[in-house]
Design a protein around this ligand. Structure first.
Ligand code: AMP
Length: 126
């Protein structure tokens, strides 16, 4: 079944300027802003401006130009927060939650970019 996009989700409201965000970077197709409840010293969310629910929805439907912009914007954010291991940083973690198993709260695709402290194991032990 195709995804139904809820245009009342909080990130859609940020994109429309209806609620504020702490912007880090904006490109033609993406917006990056600080998470309102940071889980690490650096916690930035990168979202596409288009109406996509999950990573798979995005890669299935988005034009290549949007996908290229999105993936490069994630790297640019990691660079801006000084996290790139190849440039003297201590590294970072990317997370994109999807659906109930992923515990996705906001139904608009986002990548969490986390850095600034050791982040431990990937998931809680089952
Ligand atoms: P997820 O569970 O992957 O859907 O995570 C959604 C994230 O969005 C959480 O880390 C929230 O803290 C964050 N969030 C929710 N509302 C806002 C907001 N208005 N501005 C910035 N981040 C938000």
């Amino acid at each position: 079944m195709p995804y139904a996009y809820d245009d009342q989700n909080v990130f859609a409201k940020i994109l429309r300027g209806e609620i504020p965000c702490d912007k880090v970077l904006e490109t033609e197709h993406c917006l990056a802003f600080r998470d309102i409840a940071p889980q690490a010293p650096e916690h930035v969310l990168v979202i596409p401006k288009g109406a996509y629910v999950t990573y798979d929805d995005f890669t299935d439907r988005a034009p290549d130009a949007e996908i290229a912009d999105f993936t490069r914007t994630v790297t640019e954010v990691a660079r801006m927060i000084g996290a790139l291991p190849g440039a003297g940083g201590d590294g970072y973690r990317l997370i994109s939650n999807a659906g109930p198993t992923g515990n996705q709260e906001v139904p608009h695709l986002h990548i969490h970019v986390l850095a600034g402290r050791p982040l431990g194991r990937l998931v809680q032990p089952g």
